[in-house]
Design a protein around this ligand. Sequence first.
Ligand SMILES: [Zn+2]
Length: 140
Amino acid sequence: MDTNLNTIKIQDSLSCSDFQKQVDDVLIRHKSILDITTKLNEYTNRINRAVAKSVTSCGCIEVHATRQNYNMDSLNEAKNIMKSHIEGELCPNCKEIIEEEIGTCMFYLSALCNVLDIDLSEAIIKEYNNIKTLGIFSLK
Ligand SMILES: [Zn+2]
């Protein structure tokens, strides 16, 4: 068993490639693409559930959703008008839970990249370049 327990601190940076390699080193039990895709889906749902529990159980954030009113003729203006519908801030406990779910989701996303021989960093760079080129017209 690998006894390398070197951890990195939050303020350190971690490359996608290092994360993807570490995922590859430790993923054994759920190595099947079927396990990976269903686990990825499960953890996406767990993120949504954790956000919902921040509203309905903790109450540190509230959702006040209304119709988004924006003018497609002025996308720059629309960007400033569009609302997240969130009021309040995540408390430290809810933030920690959501971060854990996002981390696990990233684990299975990296695992998916590994079994399909996709470099996560390259995927992110391609997306970055796409949104950088299209700018506000990417309409995401
Ligand atoms: Zn909370």
